[in-house]
Ligand binder design. Structure first.
Ligand code: NAD
Ligand code: TDX
Length: 339
């Protein structure tokens, strides 16, 4: 099979590329990525050495360029990871989120209609469900939870989901959607909570915790997300949505303290800073459907995954050092200097 993976030079897309190359060596993986600030060819170094992998630097919202890749590569399956993915950036500049996350999704699906595919898979997020209260641990997001977004990022992802459902119903496009909780693991861009805290702690910098640090995220090791998507594209039913998560709820403060403990650092570097605007309080996924219908189960416990992730950052300075030296410095200054 020929599988187009968009956003494969980013965090989760790259982990999915490596998962597929190992698990299904008979398939061809075609990566489409615009290489924004979050895309990194160094992440794909090992993939580029493989015969069954190819790369196209293309914007998913560029219709002509996308059609050309479809014409050339004749994909059977398209998995769309490409997105602007950082909530804080969406609060500063919503427009690019609409362009990539909404327009880009429609262009990809138009290409699927024009050239014919077996399956279009949309990688969505638990953020489309909004948030849950901290004092109701019994409440979890199911696939039936109404969409109720908080940030321009989550609104753009929910818009894309609605378009996917519309293309399924109106044009009969064979689609699936996965809505996963927060991922962590190798190749995670340092603007996100876990890698940011690991790298700041390593450099003895302050660890900026938004608000009271009590916001809860439901963490999943990225390899388990890749395995879920692999199952959905091969065995999932067309038109369906699958929630993905491993019941690993942690407050941000707990996560930050775990990072410090793993690195043998004390907690004096924790600094409470101004809260994120519209900050979602709690996410928690009910993964019963994918467990029951597709037999998916998470394999990595949070403590084990965090240890693996920290070890990966400690041994991959060559990956993150160039990122920290570049435009990231201006980003960090702008977002955190007067926070
Ligand atoms: P990321 O920001 O690390 O990577 C995004 C990738 O998409 C980059 O390689 C970037 O260059 C590429 N890209 C951006 N705009 C593009 C465009 N217009 N055309 C082509 N490529 C473009 O993101 P991530 O954390 O790997 O997230 C991947 C997907 O998973 C996103 O759709 C995100 O919404 C979703 N998701 C992420 C998480 C998480 O915890 N990170 C959880 C659930 C769902
Ligand atoms: O410096 C920080 N300090 C802090 O307290 C950063 C970067 C984050 N936080 C908090 C905000 C959140 O409550 O940590 C939590 C996690 O923040 P992010 O890593 O930015 O992730 P989140 O906003 O939860 O969104 C992530 O999960 C869902 C991904 O970035 C999205 O792409 C995905 O859809």
């Amino acid at each position: 099979m020929n599988i187009i993976v968009t956003g494969g030079a980013g965090f989760i897309g790259a982990n999915f590329v490596y998962y597929e190359l190992e698990k299904h060596p008979e398939d061809k993986i075609i990566c489409i990525d615009k290489l924004t600030y979050a895309g990194n060819m160094a992440t794909l170094d090992e993939a580029m050495k493989q015969e069954s992998f190819s790369f196209h630097r293309v914007d998913i919202a560029d219709r002509a360029a996308v059609y050309q890749v479809f014409e050339q590569e004749k994909p059977n399956i398209v998995v769309n990871f490409a997105a602007e993915s950082h909530v804080d950036r969406s609060i500063e500049h919503p427009e690019i989120f609409l362009q990539t996350n909404v327009i880009g999704t429609s262009v990809l699906m138009d290409a699927c209609r024009k050239y014919g595919i077996r399956r279009y898979h949309q990688v969505s997020t638990d953020e489309v469900y909004g948030d849950l209260p901290l004092d109701r641990p019994d409440l979890l997001f199911t696939e039936e939870t109404p969409l109720h977004t908080s940030s321009p990022y989550s609104a753009s992802k929910a818009s894309a989901d609605l378009l996917v459902m519309a293309y399924h119903r109106t044009y009969g496009l064979n689609t699936t959607i996965s809505r996963c909780s927060n991922n962590y693991g190798p190749f995670h861009f340092p603007e996100k909570l876990i890698p940011l805290m690991i790298l700041n702690a390593l450099h003895d910098k302050k660890l900026p915790v938004y608000g009271d640090g009590k916001n809860v995220r439901d963490w999943l090791y990225v390899g388990d997300h890749a395995a879920a998507i692999d199952l959905i594209i091969r065995k999932g039913a067309s038109g369906e949505v699958y929630n993905v998560g491993g019941h690993n709820e942690r407050s941000n403060l707990t996560v930050v303290k775990s990072v410090l403990a793993a690195l043998g650092k004390d907690e004096s570097s924790i600094e409470y800073v101004t809260d994120r605007k519209g900050h979602d309080r709690r996410y928690a996924i009910d993964p019963t459907k994918i467990q029951r219908e597709l037999g998916w189960n998470p394999t990595v416990k949070f403590e084990e995954g965090l240890e693996k992730t920290i070890k990966w950052y400690l041994s991959h300075q060559a990956w993150w050092a160039p990122i920290l030296k570049g435009a990231y410095q201006n980003y960090y200054e702008k977002m955190y200097a007067n926070r």
